[in-house]
Write a protein that binds this ligand. Structure first.
Ligand SMILES: Nc1ncnc2c1ncn2[C@@H]1O[C@H](COP(=O)(O)OP(=O)(O)O)[C@@H](O)[C@H]1O
Ligand SMILES: [Mg+2]
Length: 233
């Protein structure tokens, strides 16, 4: 591609990206006003016992749910759009994983999920943006949790192989078929009724911004393994 053409496409891409980001922000403010007023209405109706008010309450709660869904989509979208300005710091992957496990354990317990870290000692350091990397761990854990509605086991393994520092997320959830597996990282691809389909695209974008790679293997009905490989610092 010619240099001039590249420049033109790049400028076009930046314009669309900033428009989309701006749009998401613009939607967020009125949405939060709507949610706040809904909450006040719901509180008021909860005090009434007439059949009509109870019917209104049910409908408003439905609207509230949908506002929550919109808010989640906007957050996922903004997270995706924001990846870019990384602050890479030489870090110990095991510490990042341990910190995350401490944070996530109460949520996991509530869903009957056993989180089991197997962390190889003396890993070489890697360069991480701590806050973005937490998003990776959170998104992978949330997907694993959603794949194990009856509970199960989530193993987090770290080790070194072929010169890369590796992190694997292994769940005993429902797994996925080949059709789903091949679309995992596509923007807006989701098999969930309220899924944003932005979780894994964000994960991949962040991992790649760390010069890493992410792959997935899955066995329908048995579970799924996500493998991240990071270059040593
Ligand atoms: N651990 C997992 N087990 C089974 N399926 C998964 C897992 N992680 C992701 N998926 C599949 O990949 C799809 C895309 O995931 P994601 O990008 O996080 O979007 P979302 O979670 O909003 O659907 C999910 O809808 C699901 O079908
Ligand atoms: Mg997800």
């Amino acid at each position: 591609m010619e240099d001039q053409e590249r420049q033109r496409l790049l400028a076009q891409y930046s314009e669309i990206a900033s428009l989309a980001g701006g749009l998401a922000h613009e939607i967020r403010n009125p949405l939060s006003t709507i949610s706040l007023n809904l909450e006040l209405l719901v509180e008021e109706l909860q005090e009434s016992e007439t059949a009509r008010d109870q019917r209104m309450l049910t409908k408003l709660q439905r609207v509230q749910q949908e506002c929550g869904h919109l808010d989640e989509i906007l957050n996922a979208f903004l997270q995706f759009a924001r990846v870019g300005e990384l602050e890479l710091v030489e870090s110990d992957l095991n510490s990042a994983v341990r910190e995350f496990v401490d944070f996530y354990k109460p949520t996991a317990d509530e869903s009957g999920i056993d989180v089991s870290p197997h962390l190889e000692s003396n890993l070489p350091p890697v360069r991480l943006d701590g806050s973005l990397f937490r998003q990776v761990l959170m998104n992978l854990a949330r997907n694993a949790q959603q794949a194990m509605p009856e509970g199960g086991l989530l193993e987090l393994q770290t080790f070194v192989r072929d010169g890369f520092v590796r992190l694997e997320f292994i769940d005993t959830g429902q797994g996925m078929n080949e059709a789903t597996r091949s679309k995992l990282f596509q923007i807006f691809f989701s098999t969930k009724p309220n899924g944003s389909g932005l979780g894994l695209p964000t994960v991949r974008k962040i991992v790649e911004a760390h010069n890493g790679t992410i792959t997935c293997e899955s066995d329908p009905g048995r579970g799924t393994r996500f493998s991240i490989a990071l270059p040593p610092a």
